[in-house]
Design a protein around this ligand. Sequence first.
Ligand code: HEM
Length: 329
Amino acid sequence: MYRFPWVLLLVAAVNMAVAAEPLRPGFYSETCPPAEFIVRDVMKKAMIREPRSLASVMRLQFHDCFVNGCDGSLLLDDTADMVGEKQALSNINSLRSFEVVDEIKEALEDACPSTVSCADILVLAARDAVALSGGPDWEVRLGRTDSLTASQQDSDNIMPSPRADATSLINLFAQFNLSVKDLVALSGSHSIGKARCFSIMFRLYNQSGSGKPDPAIEPEFREKLNQLCPLGVDENVTGPLDATPRVFDNQFFKDLVGGRGFLNSDQTLFTSRRTRPYVRVFSKDQDEFFKAFVEGMLKMGELQVEQPGEIRTNCRVVNGRPVDVLMSY
Ligand code: HEM
């Protein structure tokens, strides 16, 4: 008679239940002293290979943390019985540079096997991306664990569209205890990186079904956008999110004040009465922006939900379970 291997099931359950410790700075100072150095080193190499990859990696923290907390769920590839977050509306054909995260993970596994979580890698790498682009540098709190699953649907339900207006963004961020100031400061992440024509076609040619462009776009800038993204263009063509897309600075906010925001969701922060004062302050005072941005990133990095976790050895797949191994024979 076939006997189910209960002992192995127990082993699997214990493996899953990595105790959730509170996040703290220097979490790996004893278990993996070079961890933070390794992450920064790989990020520097990625920057030399392709400057945009810094922005692309930084974006991953937002898309991971908003969906069931900062748990590396975003990084999981689909499996036979799970459609993950990479397929979600805001992510597909858009998120990039996952290979940089793989490279960081491989370097960390060589130095300290099964120690540094993929969720922490995203938070460290986002911080490093900003610092390496000329933005602020800060200490992050670590000790996150990696999820055992991911959900396309959860991401679809949560992540905002580039069509979003300020009110819906304020409401969304409030659900995560992020203030109006946090929303504006965190949107300043669009100080680096690029977006596709796909994300702005509606505002160039049919804002809110009007058949007309968004009136908030400054006319000369609109001309430029029309040339970049004419009707019928390959919508994967990209344009910079602000006038200095490789430098993390407050140019993004100056652009918004001048009606030269790329995304509707960004320009709406200047159109709306509730967010405009912060845009103005950040456009004039880069230090204020940096301070608020760091606060926002720290708060976003704290988002956690109660769930089983582990330290994945490969960020794209959950760890193999003894039960699975046995059952596959
Ligand atoms: C406030 C709501 C937000 C909306 C609606 C939004 C939307 C978008 C969109 C539509 C793109 C371009 C995607 C494409 O065309 O493929 C983009 C790019 C980007 N987003 Fe956001 N975003 C938001 C907040 C954030 C936050 C909080 C961060 C990080 C802290 C972030 C980081 C980035 C970065 C760095 C890029 C450029 C990525 C690259 O060049 O590969 N965004 N965002």
